[in-house]
Design a protein around this ligand. Structure first.
Ligand code: FE
Length: 347
């Protein structure tokens, strides 16, 4: 009996050794393949540093966030991608729902990223934080008149508000946060008032809303703060001039208010990942204090980790209180948000 147990143990050990030797790619993880919705220039230097430090090669495919998700879905198990890097919790949640991600399985990272900035089911994790703010024309708007997103639905803003289309995920996530924080009835009333105050039918991206405020097509706009940061640091004089002509306001700061709507850019481990250990090592690297500072600064965003210094441009805007709503809810409520915007006539 004892002899048979010993023999089985020896056989098992030998078999284990053999398996370890016949599956070198799984044991070594010498490369990691990324599908990234972030432009190459905004991430590549960090990836190069990762390779220099670890010897792990990084292959980067960049593209539109929605297109990359479609590609992952079509490739299924055969996808070469190990990591999906994309913006907006709504999109990360969509990838999770599409079944192309798997739980990250790196609980040591949970201590670095606040719980509300990562998937409640461990499917993705925030790498940077963005805020959706109000920009205004200081020559036509007294900041004393500004307070909340809700207030932009009031009659004094009739014909003065610019914001991009409802097909955009940033607006969908903003409305999803409203549904979570205020319920359907209040959200519908807000949406109807807001849409009634639009200065023009929604068009263009967030930069275009800032430019529209600068040239007087509207007096206030709702945009992600990094667009303003990017324009302030732009090499194009017209972009800098437009950014200089507007000011930033942090909405919903008063006590009892939700805080400014925030979202993340983040990463998820693909279900098809052939190099999961290397992928986890890369996420760990992107969450070091040094990477966090570089990544946030280069993208004009905020670090997800606390206590990391922000760039001079961002410091000039002062501190703000962000909504602590779990960003997973932005994904969970996306369909309801799209429906509510549609009902309110937000094109
Ligand atoms: Fe963006």
């Amino acid at each position: 009996m004892q002899y048979r147990t010993l023999l089985r143990g020896l056989l098992g050990a030998a078999l284990g050794l053999q398996l370890a030797f016949t599956a070198p790619s799984q044991a070594q993880n010498t490369e990691v393949n990324i599908y990234s919705a972030r432009q190459e220039a905004l991430i590549k230097p960090l990836l190069d540093r990762f390779t220099a430090e670890t010897g792990i090669d990084v292959n980067l495919v960049t593209g539109d966030g929605d297109a990359l998700l479609t590609r992952l879905r079509n490739e299924g198990r055969n996808s070469p991608a190990d990591l999906l890097l994309t913006t907006d919790a709504g999109r990360l949640y969509r990838a999770q729902e599409a079944g192309v991600l798997q739980p990250l399985g790196a609980p040591e990272l949970d201590a670095l990223v606040p719980a509300h900035l990562r998937s409640s089911e461990d499917y993705w994790i925030g790498l940077s934080l963005r805020a959706r703010v109000i920009v205004y024309a200081p020559d036509r708007v007294d900041p004393e008149e500004l307070s909340t997103y809700q207030a932009l639905a009031e009659p004094q803003w009739k014909g003065r508000v610019c914001i991009r289309s409802s097909s955009n995920i940033y607006n969908q996530s903003l409305v999803a946060s409203f549904l979570a924080n205020h319920g359907e009835e209040e959200t519908m009333a807000w949406l109807e008032g807001l849409v009634g105050n639009f200065a023009r039918p929604p068009q263009g991206g967030d930069r275009d809303q800032i430019k529209a405020v600068a040239v007087g097509q509207c007096d206030v706009a709702v945009v992600n703060s990094y667009y303003l940061g990017g324009m302030l640091r732009s090499s194009e004089p017209e972009e800098r001039a437009a950014a200089d002509a507007v000011a930033l306001f942090w909405p919903n700061q008063a006590e009892g208010e939700s805080g400014t709507h925030i979202n993340i850019s983040g990463a998820g481990l693909t279900r098809a990942a052939k190099n999961p250990d290397a992928a986890r090592a890369l996420i760990r690297f992107l969450l070091t204090a040094e990477s966090q500072q570089w990544y946030a600064e280069t993208n004009n965003e905020y670090p997800v980790r606390e206590g990391i210094p922000v760039s001079a441009v961002l410091s000039a805007w002062g501190e703000f209180r962000g909504d602590t709503l779990d960003v997973t809810e932005l994904g969970q409520r996306n369909a309801d948000a799209v429906m509510a915007m549609d009902r309110a006539g937000w094109k």
